[in-house]
Design a protein around this ligand. Structure first.
Ligand code: IPM
Ligand code: MG
Length: 352
């Protein structure tokens, strides 16, 4: 029995988590699930976006499954107390330094992408984003008034060890894929990125079978759109990875489709890459597929059950092939389905 901690969070988080639960219920006796609070939901209940109790629950769990955090209700809080702080705090506390965001195109959705179908042929890459360093966590950081004028600052900082371990993650992944790794930096301007490139080069000596290339982040933003099929593993620092992974998600047609895994030495957390979408929360129109595919990643990576992950992906494909669509991926001639219906249909398909 694997212990799974479910953290639905805010906005559409709870409704997509309900769909994940339907999928988990297809595999009885494999999991023991417990629920907890993070983000705005935890602020409301405990006055803290990552309370002690959630820390305890998550360190005991074999894996954490998370919905999304954030919303306008908490927007006026200081950055230390915002729901997003809960997500950053759990990543740091569990040592989840490697964020894996696969970008695949579903055949039945190819026309939804803003890119021409000809550019999308053979697109399948994975963004490997460093998740516990960089501007997100670097100190000093601050926001203050000096001589009557406001100043604010953050620090982009990386240690050798931090870059090394994420580079190993990237190269190891590339070994089981197309054996290509493109490392993203801004070493033409930033010292932290000069070190990034140096270390990636050094780690590459252990992976001579992998073709390594380097790209400045501005150029990468362009190349991901111009020739997405050329990428295999994209290795990126935290801040650039946040930006590039949203850009990359658009290729698939909707941000709502993409799952992610955040991995450390001892812990793992799985979550869709999209946010809490407060504007559509509670309307029953959110796309649960990114969440459900995160369950598949969890089964594969934390539960040694690649076969069950395959079943889930197969069921997602079957439901899409049957023409069922949530609003974000709906097009003429397709059947508009609610969050709940999509979840139910995917679960049914797993069981058939
Ligand atoms: C993501 C999100 C988070 C991030 C936010 C919600 C803190 O955008 O997971 O990509 O910036 O990492
Ligand atoms: Mg993001």
């Amino acid at each position: 029995m694997k212990k799974i901690l479910l953290l639905p969070g805010d906005g559409i988080g709870p409704e997509i988590m309900e769909q994940a639960k339907k999928v988990l219920a297809c595999f009885p006796n494999l999991f023991e699930c417990e629920e907890g609070y993070i983000g705005g939901a935890a602020i409301d209940k405990f006055g803290n976006p990552f309370p002690e109790i959630t820390l305890k629950q998550s360190t005991k769990a074999d894996a954490v499954l998370l919905g999304a955090v954030g919303g306008p209700k908490w927007d006026s809080l200081s950055s230390e107390n915002r729901p997003e702080k809960g997500l950053l705090a759990i990543r740091k506390a569990l040592g989840l330094y490697a964020n894996i965001r696969p970008v695949d195109i579903w055949k039945s959705l190819i026309d939804l992408s803003p890119l021409k179908p000809s550019l999308l042929k053979d697109v399948s890459f994975v963004v490997v984003r460093e998740l516990t360093g960089d501007l997100y966590f670097g100190t000093p950081r601050g926001y203050r008034v000096e001589k009557g004028s406001r100043i604010a600052f953050n620090t982009m900082i990386y240690s050798e060890e931090e870059i090394k371990r994420i580079a190993h993650t990237g190269f190891t992944l590339a070994r089981n894929r197309k054996k290509k790794l493109c490392s993203i930096d801004k070493s033409n301007v930033l010292e932290a990125m000069v070190l990034w490139r140096e270390i990636v080069e050094e780690v590459h000596r252990d992976y001579k079978d992998i073709a390594l290339s380097h790209m400045y982040v501005d150029n990468a933003a362009m190349q991901i759109i111009k020739r997405p099929a050329d990428f295999d593993v994209i290795l990126t620092p935290n801040m650039f990875g946040d930006i590039l992974s949203d850009e990359a998600a658009v290729l698939s047609g909707s941000l709502g489709l993409l799952p992610s895994a955040s991995l450390g030495i001892k812990h793992a957390l799985y979550e869709p890459i999209h946010g809490s979408a407060p504007d559509i929360a509670g309307m029953g129109i959110a796309n649960p597929i990114g969440m459900i595919l995160s369950v598949a990643m969890m089964l594969e990576t934390s539960c040694d059950s690649a076969d069950l992950a395959f079943k889930i992906r197969h069921a997602v494909a079957a439901v899409l092939d049957a023409g069922l669509r949530t609003k974000d991926i709906w097009s003429n001639g397709m059947a508009l389905a609610s969050t709940d219906e999509i979840g139910t249909r995917i679960a049914e398909s797993i069981l058939t």
